[in-house]
Design a protein around this ligand. Structure first.
Ligand code: PRP
Ligand code: MN
Ligand code: MG
Length: 185
């Protein structure tokens, strides 16, 4: 079937849930970054939807840049190696940086980005993820802001993909077992 909603078993976070998370985080971040020189860095590609919704809930001047990093490729398991495909174009020295992610899972990707930006002399490096899969954490990394904790299930939608697909679902859900089976054989 070509209808993408038909690959979903259960919805975990509806459009309304996500909107409320963005509003709450936007308020918190507005307080945190008042009077600072904020640079928001989105981790491509998963963070695009969350980033654009989140920054529109933030009532502070900010700049945006992007970094294309990946470690999953077409697999459902982290390769453990983070690949930097496209770097930011902004000099982060002295800047207050907020990294935005769709999800922190093992923590490999976030730790890689935080360490890299800190090594370039950023004044502060914090992060905000829509979802925090704490149970799977391997690398010790602080997730200062997040929308919700998520159980150890493979989720797609609102930026989250399986082999590059299903990012454009407007909600976050769990795949049907037969879809997962196709990718784990
Ligand atoms: C996913 C997700 C996070 C990262 C989280 O990206 O968007 O960036 O993995 O996993 P980790 O905590 O185990 O590192 P992915 O590598 O799939 O690239 P993508 O964003 O382009 O889909
Ligand atoms: Mn990603
Ligand atoms: Mg991915």
């Amino acid at each position: 079937c070509d209808n993408i909603s038909s690959i979903i078993d259960r919805r975990l976070f509806t459009e309304e849930d996500i909107k409320l998370m963005c509003k709450r985080l936007g308020k918190e971040l507005t307080k945190e970054y008042a009077g600072k020189d904020l640079l928001v860095i989105g981790a491509l590609k998963g963070a695009v939807f969350f980033l654009t919704d989140l920054v529109r809930e933030m009532d502070v001047p900010l700049q945006m840049d992007f970094m294309d990093v990946s470690s999953y490729g077409d697999s459902m398991e982290s390769s453990g190696k983070v690949r930097l495909d496209v770097d930011v174009q902004t000099d982060v020295k002295g800047r207050d940086v907020l990294i935005v992610e769709d999800i922190v899972d093992t923590g490999h990707t976030m730790k890689y980005m935080k360490d890299l930006l800190a090594s370039r002399g950023a004044n502060s490096v914090k992060c905000c993820a829509l979802l925090n899969k704490t149970e799977r954490r391997v690398d010790d990394v602080d997730v200062e802001y997040y929308g919700s904790i998520v159980e150890n299930e493979f989720v797609v939608g609102y930026g989250l993909d399986l082999a590059g697909r299903y990012r454009n679902l407007p909600f976050v859900g769990v795949l049907k077992p037969e879809i997962i089976a196709k990718y784990t054989k």
